[in-house]
Design a protein. Structure first.
Length: 191
């Protein structure tokens, strides 16, 4: 009976792991965005009047600022990196060929190394040179494997929005679930 209960618990945990991970990532994103939201919510004096931005508007502005930074990074940084990638692969191949030549020179001038060790060193350097050229293809293939996580990039900010908007009510509800006294005090300190 106990074994069946443990098996059922493990099955349930395996099924909700994705949801828990999504929730944890949303909490981290909310924690990351929270200082920007608090900065935008600070009351400011403009023309003798104190203006405070509502929390929902501050969260929306914070998201727009983050989206603008990401967009600028994609359109400014990414093209320059993509232009430099072929040059990088060419330089890496040249580097490995140079390393192979230097290894040959070192081996030629150093007759103290045993022959099997020399052969293995040569093979290792040549294999490394071949691996550098295959790395770009492997990187592109691995990057396509992450396309399935694109919906998470949408869900995480949405959940984080609600966590930011209702953070105080979440905290109060969680504290009410704890027994009065030391546990509630510890929970309040934790939150």
């Amino acid at each position: 009976m106990v074994l069946l209960a443990v098996g059922a618990l493990l099955w349930v945990l395996s099924k909700i792991t994705v949801i828990l991970l999504l929730l944890v990532l949303s909490i981290f994103f909310a924690y990351f965005v929270s200082p920007l939201v608090e900065f935008l919510r600070r009351p400011r004096t403009v023309g003798g009047r104190t203006i405070a931005i509502p929390k929902v508007v501050a969260i929306a502005l914070a998201y727009l600022i983050i989206l603008a930074v990401i967009t600028v990074a994609v359109f400014v940084v990414l093209p320059s990196l993509s232009n430099q990638f072929p040059e990088f692969t060419g330089q890496a191949k040249t580097y490995w060929k140079s390393l192979n030549d230097r290894t040959q020179d070192i081996i030629k001038y150093s007759r103290r190394l045993p022959e099997p060790l020399v052969e293995r060193a040569n093979e290792a350097v040549q294999r490394a040179g071949v691996k550098v050229s295959d790395t770009a293809t492997e990187f592109a293939t691995a990057a396509l494997g992450y396309v399935v996580y694109v919906p998470w990039l949408i869900l995480i900010p949405i959940l984080a929005f609600f966590l930011l908007k209702d953070a105080e009510s979440f905290r109060r509800s969680a504290l009410l679930m704890l027994p009065r006294g030391r546990w509630r005090w510890r929970g309040d300190e934790f939150f």
